[in-house]
Design a binder for this molecule. Structure first.
Ligand SMILES: Cc1cc2nc3c(=O)[nH]c(=O)nc-3n(C[C@H](O)[C@H](O)[C@H](O)COP(=O)(O)O)c2cc1C
Length: 202
């Protein structure tokens, strides 16, 4: 069984609807550690050794967050800046994250039609998240495309919200139990685009 660490960053969690549903769907799953960074570090004083220990104790590391200015909320950037130390995460003797699976679970206000070359934002979610992919590569991690819930500002109905939360839970259970086809997943634009073709049922 793979151990999963979710590093969660949402500065306005009380007003959240989508991340609330996703969190509720996975927080108490066996094998999952849910770590709320804004709750743990309201003053942004991230405890580097604690975070490194947490990473070392898990096989899958997920960054769950709303998309903010085509990127992550500030605490996740701060986490990268402080925790991914030379000699630990990368460099000649930095192998702590080697072989660990990683992906972003993100929610965005804009719909998929905005995330196209000819759309409002001119770039796809996959393109906009390439810095994260490059970071994972440098650290020798096994990168997967983002699990993305888009179009939240277009008034996502409760049924859709529940469906996304359930798909998130299903993804994590499959990863935990080694039932997600990683090679095929890496070819997808978004991890949750075609889950039925990626997950083998027991
Ligand atoms: C500061 C800020 C920046 C944002 N930037 C983006 C963005 O770049 N692209 C986008 O689609 N939505 C953006 N949004 C919308 C959020 O992604 C959206 O409100 C959030 O994903 C909804 O999830 P929640 O219900 O869990 O809060 C932004 C929101 C805020 C407050």
């Amino acid at each position: 069984m793979n151990k999963i660490l979710i590093l969660f960053g949402h500065p306005a969690f009380k007003r959240s609807t989508m991340n609330t549903a996703m969190r509720a769907a996975v927080e108490s799953l066996k094998g999952v550690t849910f770590h709320d960074l804004y709750a743990a570090y309201p003053d942004f004083l991230i405890e580097v050794s604690r975070e490194q220990d947490l990473c070392e104790g898990h096989d899958v590391i997920i960054f769950q967050h709303p998309f903010y200015w085509y990127s992550t909320p500030a605490i996740i950037k701060e986490w990268f800046d402080l925790v991914l130390e030379h000699g630990w995460a990368y460099g000649a003797s930095g192998h702590a994250l080697n072989g660990k699976l990683t992906f972003q679970a993100l929610t965005a206000g804009g719909g998929i039609e905005n995330y196209r070359a000819e759309g409002l934002n001119q770039f796809t979610i996959r393109e906009l998240t390439t810095p994260y992919q490059a970071t994972a590569n440098l650290c020798g991690m096994v990168w997967l495309p983002p699990f993305a819930v888009l179009g939240i500002h277009q008034g996502l109905p409760d049924t859709a919200r529940r469906r996304y939360a359930e798909a998130y839970r299903r993804t994590l259970v499959a990863l935990r139990d080694n039932r997600l086809n990683l090679d095929r997943a890496r070819q997808c634009d978004l991890l949750n685009q075609n889950l039925d073709t990626l997950i083998s049922e027991v």
